[in-house]
Design a protein around this ligand. Structure first.
Ligand code: ADP
Ligand code: ZN
Ligand code: ZN
Length: 685
């Protein structure tokens, strides 16, 4: 590197204002030499903003330009490592965001605010590294399958592993023992889970096993001060284990030795706003970058991961049996089309299912009844004039919530008291149509008068601590029949549930989103996993499915608990349709006050794509509205971009984005577009 004669020049990643394009770094002068990765404060316009030193040395473009000085360098903090910067740079490039925006967005907000003095104070207040007061308790002896999995993870050549095992097959124990090896070697372990709800349980297990090590969590449920403390503990190497949700994939870990992604198929690993990154995919990238093993664990892996394992890109590790030899619940399909007409009607529960619930009740066992729709009824209807409870701001119905007598829109939140009569014709007899968990709870209580029925969904768990209290009641045996949405299928270890029933799962079979069957299969497998966790009761446990399509291949695979068969069938369909993982997708979304303005913008975007260098290998489809086109008075349109080659799509997007940013500046008409965004590898289409 040649020494510049004047003050050294550094390229700084700063958070550029929204929509300002993709400026990578800004040049500043610095009195002291600064290492890449150092946190700084720099002047930006009239403000003082946080930044990260990204490169050292003059940029050709900066020569002759009057540069401003770095105000403060937070040198008390070790610089962010080269690997961390490479991860962030890759994510920014891949998901088409500006480097500075992403790099700063993934740091704790408190850290971005600190100046040198405040940082010193925070650092002084940090607890020293955990004193190994207690020894870690002895782990159980591994089963043969687990031993193979752990040995593979400790292999000399670190790679990505897909740990495929049903609920209760001992995946977590594999994580724990692989983590023990990493910790013994003085390395840090990163564990990613899909949802905050799931962190306390896994955290408890890790904390109990690794009593002599320091564990911190990183998720959005922490206070800003906690987030900063936990981030610093990881960055300074004081914490040995970091457990967190998707954002934690960007944790700064100087001694990283193992990455675990639990429930790797879960859609929550994909960020749905801002930089729409997949934490699962970035974890795999990070593992390769830092040469550490990655474990992706699931009972129902994503088809993307499954396909990579099939191709040999990931190493597959299988735990086909439950620990303790417990059987998987027997799956029973209730063919709704065979029931006498008067027994189906508006009733949610078929007589055979009610009978099965009654039997469990008389034996003192618990049941879980699953319905993935909250509220009492998805719509209210006036038979006299045809009025329906539409949301005035969205292209959606407002849901009837009987508990608080409201009509509530689940898209924009708009809520009103339920009208006593039809707002259009005054008819007093307006009827709920269809059913949600609230109504199901009511119907169950009527049908099983002796049962203690409880409900867990996003409505019942809103108050802080409510979920824990409700789960506690289930565990204590104060509930006989639990009604819930998919929320209750995730992770919770219900010992006494011997029957799980899905009352209306068919909609997932024919939804427009090509991933709907994959989601449905995962949901039902996961739900089935809630039954018979107690090996003593496993043989008697059952999963009931009420369906109008009992011969659908998805259910056939479920009957046999055969994920491989399901995955193979789905992958064949995806391949013939040219869908992921056999192609790569990106979605360009636009929002405007009118659908026409959004559509015009997307048409202009498509026109701008035609002449791009890699346009030949990329197909741009016509704009279409998403399933719910209008939300909170804003019209949304989207346009799919597809390529057989991930590289071609990436190159095309990199050229396309600057053109998209320029569109609104060049043409006044496009200013009507309120927001637009590119979603690379979108999950919901
Ligand atoms: P999963 O994560 O696949 O659901 P877990 O790791 O939670 O499975 O294991 C299920 C149960 O079996 C847990 O109670 C766990 O403590 C126990 N377990 C796991 N592995 C072993 C083992 N090798 N020996 C004894 N018990 C085990
Ligand atoms: Zn009416
Ligand atoms: Zn609405």
């Amino acid at each position: 590197m040649s020494e510049p004669s004047a003050l050294p020049v550094v390229g700084i990643a700063v958070e550029s204002p929204q929509h300002a394009g993709m400026v990578p770094c800004l040049d500043y002068r610095s009195e002291q030499p600064l290492s890449p990765g150092t946190l700084v404060r720099v002047p930006f316009g009239k403000r003082d903003v946080p930044g990260i030193v990204w490169q050292v040395g003059a940029d050709a473009a900066a020569v002759g330009v009057e540069l401003r000085d770095v105000r403060q360098a937070l040198t008390a903090l070790p610089p962010l490592s080269g690997a961390w910067r490479q991860l962030v740079a890759f994510a920014a490039g891949y998901y088409q965001r500006s480097l500075g925006e992403l790099a700063l967005a993934v740091l704790p907000p408190e850290l971005r605010r600190l100046d040198v003095t405040q940082l010193d104070r925070r650092l002084a207040r940090l607890k020293p590294a955990a004193t190994a007061a207690s020894a870690d308790p002895a782990p159980p002896a591994l089963s043969a399958d687990q031993a193979v999995a752990v040995a593979a993870l400790l292999d000399a050549a670190p790679t990505t592993h897909l740990l495929h095992g049903v609920t209760g097959s001992g995946k977590t124990e594999v994580y724990l023992q692989a983590a023990a090896h990493a910790l013994a070697a003085g390395r840090q372990v990163l564990v990613l889970v899909p949802e905050i709800n799931l962190t306390p349980q896994l955290e408890a297990r890790f904390a109990q096993r690794f009593a002599g090590h320091r564990l911190v969590s990183q998720h959005s449920g922490l206070t800003p001060a906690q987030r900063l403390r936990h981030w610093l503990a990881a960055h300074l190497g004081q914490a040995d284990l970091v457990l967190g949700t998707r954002l934690a994939v960007f944790a700064s870990l100087p001694r990283l030795g193992l990455i675990v992604v639990d429930e790797e198929h879960d859609p929550s690993f994909k960020q749905q706003e801002g930089a729409r990154y997949s934490a699962r995919d970035l974890a795999v990238y990070r593992g390769r970058l830092e040469q550490v093993p990655v474990v992706l664990g699931s009972a129902t892996p994503s088809l993307e991961s499954w396909q990579r394992a099939e191709q040999g890109a990931y190493r597959r590790l299988a735990l086909p049996k439950r620990i303790g030899g417990g059987a998987l619940p027997r799956v029973r399909l209730v063919d709704m089309s065979l029931l006498p007409r008067d027994q189906v009607g508006s009733r949610a529960l078929s007589p055979p299912l009610l009978e099965a619930l009654q039997v469990r009740l008389s034996r003192g066992e618990q049941s879980l009844v699953l319905l993935n729709r909250r509220g009492y009824a998805p719509v209210l209807h006036c038979a006299a004039c045809g009025w329906k409870s539409a949301c005035p701001h969205c292209s959606a119905w407002r849901v009837f919530h009987k508990g608080d007598r409201t009509l509530r829109c689940h898209h924009c939140g708009f809520a009103e008291r339920v009208p006593r009569a039809c707002p259009d014709c005054g008819n007093l007899d307006i009827q709920p149509v269809g059913r949600g968990t609230e109504r199901l709870e009511e119907q169950l209580a009527l049908a099983l008068p002796d049962a203690r029925v409880a409900r867990i969904d996003a409505d019942t768990t809103r108050p802080k601590g409510a979920l824990e209290a409700q789960l506690g009641a289930v565990h204590a045996g104060d509930v006989d029949v639990l009604v819930g949405t998919q929320m209750v299928t995730k992770g919770h270890d219900f010992r006494r549930i011997t029957l799980v029933a899905a009352v209306n799962p068919d909609s997932g079979l024919f939804a427009s989103d090509f991933r709907a069957p994959e989601r449905l299969f995962a949901l039902l497998m996961q739900a089935a996993g809630r039954a018979g966790r107690d090996a003593g009761q496993a043989s008697a446990s059952e999963m009931w499915i009420q369906t109008w399509h009992p011969r659908h291949p998805l259910y056939t695979a479920l009957l046999a608990h055969d994920f491989a068969a399901f995955a193979a069938a789905q992958l064949r369909e995806r391949e013939s349709a040219g869908l992921p993982p056999f192609s790569s997708l990106a979605l360009l979304r636009a929002e405007a006050k009118s659908a026409q303005a959004a559509t015009d913008f997307l048409h202009a975007a498509a026109a701008a794509a035609v002449d791009l260098p890699d346009a030949a290998g990329v197909t741009v489809y016509p704009p279409v509205p998403p399933p719910v086109a209008r939300v909170a008075g804003v019209e949304r349109m989207q346009m799919l971009v597809e390529s057989r080659s991930r590289g071609a799509l990436q190159r095309m997007l990199t050229h396309w984005l600057p053109a998209l940013h320029a569109l609104r500046q060049k043409d006044k008409a496009h200013r009507a577009v309120l927001r637009w965004a590119v979603d690379v590898d979108p999950l919901a289409i």
